[in-house]
Structure formats: structure tokens, C-alpha cells
Design a protein around this ligand. Structure first.
Ligand code: SMG
Ligand code: MG
Length: 368
């Protein structure tokens, strides 16, 4: 397969409600979509990077720049297949989200041309999945309880509460007390705590959480391992894991017993599958994280989350939880589950009118 050109497209999707985490508040998802044109057809993907480098060191404009100036030029000369993308980009350091977007678009084009779904290619074993929802920090506990109530009524299988210092024990206690012991409840701190907060975090043990996600800085595996030794609640890593190698290191250090896998954060779906395999070999459950994806990223994440080791519900909610209007047809919950796309490639394509309406800029990168 030969690369003929790449389109970078910026879209802006207003969120139905602001999403507040310990990192800040988002009201709009500005996303970067990548369309590759090849001699065998086209493929689509989205970049997980956000406007600001807060969750990750990558950010949208930076991702567009590295794709345009370095990643795409490295792919024009080669005979393209999905497994050839990462090796062709290996000499370029970092930028895993940008690399993931490019590799996924190539994967989509390649699979489409062969009539194979991403789910089948990755080794999916399920056609639909129970999924979770990530609930942002709210102004009041009552507002939080209303939100959780709505999501449980909609059928979500797991509720994740965003926490930060000053918004942790009380909201967790109130949600547990209100909705009972049977609700699968987790918390995500997005690195908001310091190692000295370990004793405080251990108080979360009283609430039967399925996990605490990324309490400390991404590069502080030691602090996570120390917390794991003094707390009953399982530790899940998100920001700390950017490759299968990181996953092995974290597991060996006892820094986590669960891993959140986001394809964008680890450089793509192929590396995501390696982390799945490494975790399975160590007996660790994994689940698929979310980056407020458009329908393009959501479709691909559902394929990944259908692998056998993804035994916990992921942050892959129905479209309506995020957006009124998306670039693809909406994903809806049916009996608390989302269907895994079965069509070729990622299984969805943008709806032209929605795509046009949500687009804020496009750029074409031609072959030299
Ligand atoms: O896509 O449902 C979603 C969002 C899930 O909470 C979510 N993602 O740390 O796991 C995480 C966050 C990262 C994005 S918000 C900065
Ligand atoms: Mg997280």
C-alpha cells in the first residue's frame, strides 16, 4: 500500500456538560482527525491529544505539527502496512498520540481494503460490551448524586468519580451510601496527590472501590508501589503507562494491579494489544480508557475493549453522554451495552454533513 496524501482536520464538539477533573474544566472537545489516502483506499482516525498539554505532554497543535513535518514524510517512501508504521517512526522520539493517530488511520485503510474489522484483526471475543462512565467534579454533592443517578438509570456498569484533594472521601462516601454496595465504583485522581497523602488515600478503603486510578505523578512508580502496599483498594495506572515496557516495569515494581489502556497514550492499537497481552500474562485485568473521543475513536476503542483481557468496563460511554452532535452516527446503550462495530476497518466513517458542520480547519499534506 502506498501513501498518497494525508488530510488533517480540526473539529470542535461542544460537550453536553462541562467535564471537570483535577487538571481543569473542558467545555468543548477540540479534536484532530487524520484521513490517509492510499492507492488502496482511505482510512480515518483521531488523535487523543487535547488543546493543552495537561493530561499528557502532547497537545493538538503540537501533534498536528509533528504529523505534518515528521511522521507523514517518513511514511511516503515506505511500502505501507500497519506493522510497518511504528518501525518507520521509531527514530522520532515521543509523540505517541500523534503516532497512534497516523498508525490507526493506516490500519483503518489497510483493513478496509481487505474487508476485515479492527475487532477481528485485534482478536476480539465479544460483539457487545458493558461500559462505564466517568463523572467529573461537580459544584455540589447533590449535583454529583443527580448525575450518578442518571447514569445508573441509563445502564452504565461502572461509575468512575474524578477526585482531587478536597473532593474525595465525602463525595465517595455519599455516592456509596446513596446507591449501595453493589455499584461498581472507582476513582481517578489524574495525578492530583503527593506521596505524603498516602495515609489519607488509604481511608478510601472504607468504600469498597474497585480501584483508585493514577493518584500520583506519571513518573513516580515508587509512590504508587508504596501506596499499593498500605491500601486494600487496587491501584490502576493510566498516565504512567506509555508502552508495553512501562507496563512490565510497573507490574514488576508492584505499582499497579490494574491497567487503564488508552491506545493514544501508548502509541496505537498494536502497542495497546501488547499491553493487554503482557497484563494477561501477569494475571492483571485491563480496561479501555477514554479521551472524550469522537465516534471515530470510540469505534476503534470498542474493538480493542472486546479483547478477552478487558474484563473491566471501560470509559467508553454512549455518544449522548458527551455530545449532541458527533462526526459519526451516535453510539447508543442497548441493555447497558455498546455494540462492537463489525464492519471493515474501524467500522464507521464520518457523516459528511456532521463532519462539515463541526470542522474548524482542514489541511492537505500531499505526497512529495
Ligand atoms: O472519554 O469518557 C471519557 C473520559 C474518560 O475520565 C476520562 N478520561 O484520566 O481517564 C482519564 C480521563 C482523561 C481525559 S480528561 C483530562
Ligand atoms: Mg485516568
Amino acid at each position: 500500500m502506498k501513501l498518497e496524501g494525508v488530510e488533517l482536520r480540526r473539529v470542535a464538539l461542544p460537550l453536553v456538560t462541562p467535564f471537570r477533573t483535577s487538571l481543569g474544566t473542558q467545555t468543548v472537545r477540540d479534536a484532530l482527525l487524520v484521513r490517509v489516502a492510499t492507492d488502496e483506499g482511505e482510512g480515518w482516525a483521531e488523535c487523543a491529544a487535547e488543546d493543552d498539554p495537561t493530561y499528557s505532554p502532547e497537545y493538538l497543535e503540537g501533534a498536528a505539527d509533528v504529523i505534518r513535518r515528521f511522521l507523514v514524510p517518513a511514511l511516503f517512501p515506505i511500502d505501507l502496512d500497519p506493522a510497518a508504521v511504528a518501525p518507520a517512526l521509531r527514530h522520532l522520539r515521543g509523540h505517541v498520540m500523534a503516532k497512534s493517530a497516523v498508525e490507526t488511520a493506516v490500519l483503518d485503510a489497510w483493513l478496509r481494503a481487505r474487508g476485515v474489522s479492527l475487532a477481528a484483526y485485534l482478536g476480539a471475543v465479544r460483539r457487545s460490551l458493558p461500559v462505564g462512565v466517568s463523572v467529573g467534579i461537580t459544584d455540589t454533592i447533590d449535583e454529583l448524586l443527580d448525575t450518578v443517578d442518571r447514569h445508573l438509570a441509563a445502564g452504565y456498569a461502572r461509575v468512575k468519580l474524578k477526585i482531587e484533594p478536597g473532593w474525595d472521601l465525602e463525595p465517595v462516601a455519599r455516592v456509596r451510601e446513596t446507591f449501595g454496595a453493589d455499584v461498581m465504583l472507582t476513582v481517578d485522581a489524574n495525578t492530583a496527590y503527593r506521596p505524603a497523602d498516602a495515609r489519607h488515600l488509604a481511608e478510601l478503603d472504607a468504600y469498597g472501590l474497585a480501584m483508585i486510578e493514577q493518584p500520583f505523578a506519571p513518573d513516580d512508580l515508587h509512590a504508587h508501589a508504596r501506596l499499593a502496599a498500605m491500601i486494600g483498594t487496587p491501584i490502576c495506572l493510566d498516565e504512567s503507562i506509555t508502552s508495553a515496557r512501562d507496563a512490565v516495569t510497573a507490574i514488576r515494581q508492584g505499582a499497579c494491579s490494574i491497567i487503564n489502556i488508552k491506545p493514544g497514550r501508548v502509541g496505537g492499537y498494536l502497542e495497546a494489544r501488547r499491553i493487554h497481552d503482557v497484563a494477561a500474562a501477569h494475571g492483571l485485568p485491563v480496561w479501555c480508557g477514554g479521551m472524550l473521543e469522537t465516534g471515530l475513536g470510540r469505534a476503534a476503542n470498542l474493538a480493542l475493549a472486546a479483547l478477552p483481557g478487558f474484563t473491566l468496563p471501560g470509559d467508553i460511554s454512549a455518544t449522548a453522554r458527551y455530545y449532541e452532535r458527533d462526526v459519526t452516527a451516535p453510539f447508543t446503550l442497548v441493555n447497558g451495552e455498546l455494540a462492537v462495530p463489525a464492519g471493515p476497518g474501524i467500522g464507521v466513517t464520518p457523516e459528511p454533513s456532521d463532519l462539515e458542520a463541526l470542522t474548524t480547519a482542514t489541511e492537505w499534506i500531499p505526497a512529495p
